[in-house]
Design a protein around this ligand. Sequence first.
Ligand SMILES: [Zn+2]
Length: 497
Amino acid sequence: MTEPASPAPQAGRPVVLRGGTVLTMDDAGTVLRDADVLVVGDRIAAVGPGLEVPEGTREVDATDGVVLPGMIDTHRHMWQTAMRGYGADWSLTQYFVWYYLEHGRRFRPEDVAAGNRLAAVEALDAGVTTVVDWSHGLQTVDHAEAAVDALQSVPGRYVLAYGNIQAAPWEWTADGDVQAFLERRRTGAGDLLDFQLAFDVTGDPAFPEKAAFEVARELGLPVTTHAGVWGATNDEGIRLMHEHGFATPGTVYVHAASLSPDSYHRIAATGGSISVSTESEQSAGQGYPPTWQVRAHGIPVSLSMDTSVWWSGDLFSAMRTTLGADRSREHFEAHLQGETVTQLALRAQHVVEWATRGGATALGRDDLGRLVPGAKADVVLLKNDTSPVSFPLLNPFGHVAFQAQRGDVHTVLVDGRVVKSDHRLVGVDLGAVRREVEATVEHLRAEMGEEVWQAGMDPALPEGKVLDNPYQYTDYRSDSTHAAREAAYGRHLAGEH
Ligand SMILES: [Zn+2]
C-alpha cells in the first residue's frame, strides 16, 4: 500500500516504517537491518523484517535510513531559548550575573512561554521527543501556568521541573499556591506531561534545603539538582542529601562535574543518575565533563543540552562532544602516566544509549527509549537521501554519534502520532512562534536599554599575552617587536583584522 506524496497525518492510524536499519536499544543492543517498525495506537506493536500490517496502515519508506527511539534530554532551561545564542561567549559567572542577579526578573509569563514554545518545537524537529524543562524562571504561578500551557501546545513529551531562581528553594516550595498548582496541573495531565522539583543545594551545614526536599516527598515528585558545579555546588551538598535520606533513585544530578569519588559512591549507592551536559561543562566551567569517571562508578548517565542561550538543542552534538570529551580525557590521563591508550573504553553505542534509554532510566520510564513491542511509540527516522553523509551506512551507532545531524531527521513520532514527516514539522506555525519570540526580545531590549543589551552579548576579554619565544632572538621584520605582536593579538581578540 503506497501513500500519496504529502499525506495528511491522521491520529490513531497505524504507521509502519519500512526497510530501515533499526537500533532497537533493547537490553542486548540489537540492531536489525532492512527491518520494519510498526506503530499501533501509542505503542510499538512489532519490530522485524517484512511485517504484516493492519489494513489502512500508513507506510513510511525507511530505506537507507536509521530508525531509533526518540531522544530524551534530561535538563534544558527551555525558557532561555528566547535568548538563543546571546550568551555564546559567557562564562558560568556571567550567566549567573545576567539571569540570577540582573535580568532574569524581567521575564514575564509570556516570555517564559515564548522560550518554551520555541524550545519545544526545536526539540521535536531534532528528534528529541522528551525534554525535562528545568524551569527555574518561575517567579510566580502565572509564569508556571504559561510555561505548562506552552509545552502542552506542542505535541512532545515533557517533564516540567519546577524551579525559581528568584527565591530560596525552602521559600518557594512552601508557597501554598505553588503546591496547589503542581497538584492541579498533574491531575489528568496524561502521559505526555510529568513534573519534578528543580533546585540546588549550596552545602550550607544548616541544610535549609531540607524543607524543599520534604515538600517534594509529600508531593511525590523527584528532585533534579545542579550538583558538582565548580564554585557553586560541591561534595557537601551531596553529603547532606545522602545523610538526610534525600539521595534517592529518582534523583537526577545535573553536571556532577567537580565531585570527589566519595560523592559518586553516595550517588551510585542510592540509585541516582547523572545528566551530563558536555557542551555546557566545556564552555561554562562546571568542571570537566564527568563521564570518564562516572562510568567507572557504574552510575546511569543521560545527556542534556542545558540552555540554548549558548548551544542549540539537539542531542547529536551532545553525543558527539560527550564521546570526544571522554576519549580526550582518557588519552590525557594515560599520557600523564607515560602510557598509550590502545583500546577505547567508551564506544559510539554507549552515547546513543545515553541519549535514548539513559534518559528513560533517569525518568524511571522503562517504556521509553527503546523500540520493543509494548514500548511507547516515540520514534525517530534519520534519512536524508540528498546528503552525501548518509552513505555508506556501515556502523550504525558510529553513524548516529559522529555523522548524523539534525537536518537528517526525516520523521518523528511521539506517542504514536506523526509530528514530523518528510523533514517537515506537522501542524506547527513557526511564524507564530517567531513573532512571540520577537516580542520577548523587543521587551527585554527596551527594558534593558540598547547599551546594556549589547554589552551583555560582549563580555570583557581577559588580558591577552603572547608568550616570550626563545627562538625569536632576531627581529625578522622591523615591526615585529614583542609589543607590536601583543598589540596585534589584542586587536585580533577584539575582532579586528
Ligand atoms: Zn542547568
